[in-house]
Design a binder for this molecule. Structure first.
Ligand code: NAD
Ligand code: UDP
Length: 336
């Protein structure tokens, strides 16, 4: 069975390609390499000992997509392609709406045209906004404070409308919590351009000496140690959730959302301590001001994914830090 993976050269996409190839799927990647490099896909092939096919194509390119669907006839799509920097999305909302929403609509049109109506979509816990924790899938979503989060909410709504109009679609909305970690080979991992926005890549660049110190955003939240609480999940666990979701959508029709998280909350200081333990060195950090828009604490109720997808997270925080550090040490200058 062939799976088309948009954004397959990215952080989560590349780990998912590894799991798909290992499970015997044929993989076709569509990526415009805006935030990744083709060399990542060579590394996916090295890890798995299997070949994949890729196209340098933008998901807004309808003609390009039509050709790919006609040539490769994928059974299902996993849709990762998108821009994801929350802060940047507030400065460049139209870029985010065009890339994420117009891109997704173009992709869904190409899918419909090709009769391929099975999709796993990369959504985010951010759609829950200010709900009580733990987040559950049946909560009202959409009270989101930034354009990036709104693109995720809108695409979920669009897919809901697509399903309502045509019940032969099969759609899985995976709401990711905080993916960190890397493949244990150290060949692929999170490799952001420039100064990282996210906690874990920032920590690992401080640890390797590329950045001077981490600023912890806020030490006065109403949490156990004053720092924000998040639900961190190993990227390989997250990748495996996509395999379970692909099995589900190829088996049945419908639209369902699933939380993909560990179900446990860790503070920023917990993560720093766990990283220090693994790297064997103290991390240079200061407690600074709060970052605008950060919620004090959230984590998943992941029981629906456990029950309905047969998926649960395996790896703990220590393994997440170990694999991040291994990737950082093996690729001090990233993947070229
Ligand atoms: P990433 O930037 O590493 O990967 C995204 C990939 O999509 C990149 O390879 C990029 O080049 C490609 N891409 C972007 N726009 C494209 C376009 N118009 N056409 C073709 N390719 C395009 O990001 P990631 O962390 O792997 O995230 C994957 C998906 O998961 C994104 O949709 C993101 O919003 C979502 N998500 C990520 C997180 C996270 O913390 N990493 C959390 C929740 C949801
Ligand atoms: N964070 C931090 N310093 C940084 C980056 C992030 O203290 O340089 C904190 C941030 O305030 C949040 C947590 O780490 O509480 C995770 O942030 P990240 O941006 O990785 O993910 P988010 O939960 O915002 O999607």
């Amino acid at each position: 069975m062939t799976i088309l993976v948009t954004g397959g050269a990215g952080y989560i996409g590349s780990h998912t390609c590894v799991e798909l190839l290992n499970a015997g799927y044929d993989v076709v990647v569509v990526d415009n390499f805006y935030n990744s490099v083709p060399a990542v896909l060579d590394r996916v092939e090295k890890i798995t000992g299997k070949k994949l096919k890729y196209y340098d194509c933008d998901i807004r390119d309808r003609e390009g997509l039509d050709k790919i669907f006609a040539e490769d006839k994928p059974e299902a799509v996993i849709h990762f392609a998108g821009l994801k920097a929350v802060g940047e999305s507030s400065k460049l909302p139209l870029l985010y709406y065009d890339n994420n929403i117009s891109g997704s609509v173009t992709l869904f049109e190409a899918m419909e045209n090709a009769g391929c109506k099975k999709i796993v979509f990369s959504s985010s816990a951010t759609v829950y906004g200010n709900n009580p924790i733990p987040y559950k899938e049946d909560m009202v979503t959409g009270d989101v404070s930034n354009p990036y989060g709104r693109t995720k909410h809108f695409i979920e709504q669009i897919l809901g409308d697509v399903y309502n109009a045509d019940n032969s679609w099969s759609i899985s909305l995976l709401r990711y919590f905080n993916p960190i970690g890397a493949h244990e080979s150290g060949l692929i991992g999170e490799d952001p351009n420039g100064i990282p926005n996210n906690l874990m890549p920032y920590i690992s660049r401080v640890a390797i000496g590329k950045l001077e110190k981490l600023t912890v955003f806020g030490g006065d939240y109403d949490t156990k140690d004053g720092t924000c609480i998040r639900d961190y999940i190993h990227v390989v666990d997250l990748a495996k959730a996509h395999l379970c979701a692909v099995r589900k959508i190829t088996d049945s029709t419908g639209i369902e959302a699933y939380n993909i998280g560990n179900g446990k909350g860790y503070s920023v200081l917990d993560i720093i301590r766990a990283f220090e333990k693994v790297s064997g060195s103290p991390l240079n950090y200061v407690i600074g001001d709060r970052r605008a828009g950060d919620l004090p604490a959230f984590y998943a109720d992941a029981s629906k994914a456990n029950r309905e997808l047969g998926w649960s997270a395996e790896y703990d925080i220590e393994k997440m830090c170990e694999d991040t550090w291994n990737f950082q040490k093996k690729n001090p200058d990233g993947i070229k």
